[in-house]
Design a protein around this ligand. Sequence first.
Ligand code: FES
Length: 221
Amino acid sequence: MSDAPFKNPGWAGNTGEFDLTEDEVRGDDFVGSRPSGGGHPSVSATYPYMLAEKNPDTPLFEGAYKERFEKILTRYPTKQAALLPALALAQEIRGYVSPQSMDRVAELLELSSAYVRGVTTFYTMYNKAPVGRHLVQVCTNISCNLCGAEDVLAAFLRYTDTELGEMSEDGNFTVIEAECLAACGFPTCVQINSRYYENVTPAEVPKIIERLKAGAAGGDV
Ligand code: FES
């Protein structure tokens, strides 16, 4: 893996008692892909992001996904209780949870469409629109805000050439604001896909963007 472009040890970086590299600490091996048959036999992915090139017209819960969907149902006393992992699986397949996906999940779980839409729109981990390969979530809550999060957010928007929530033309980036990411001791905290970047300053943003672009082009992320 490549070296980090800046010093950002985080909560358990190699300045702590563990002899780990930053990449090992942040664990990015699985980012961006998951076999259709899943990993653990009975769970659904819970990734808060998906790739821009996912096909939103892919049939839901067919083939290997049908098997995973059925396994998910076995873990709950009623099929209605499987709503959250079913939505997560729909997002994994199609890249986001469209109104059509919500309706299909509602039909399969024998819930009303309104109920499913209420749940889906409550949770920010379900994307209601396609997002870029790198979903950049900048915490602008109180600790981060006091330490300059607004400037970090502005820098991400400037260097990705996007508006808030918009996908960049190359499909690489979507930048959004996040509420507290529970890393308040390391402001500004930015979550990019599953990885946390801590103590981020505006000056580091171009380097982070370049690193992510290199990853999208086939290099290490
Ligand atoms: S306020 Fe930013 S991580 Fe908590």
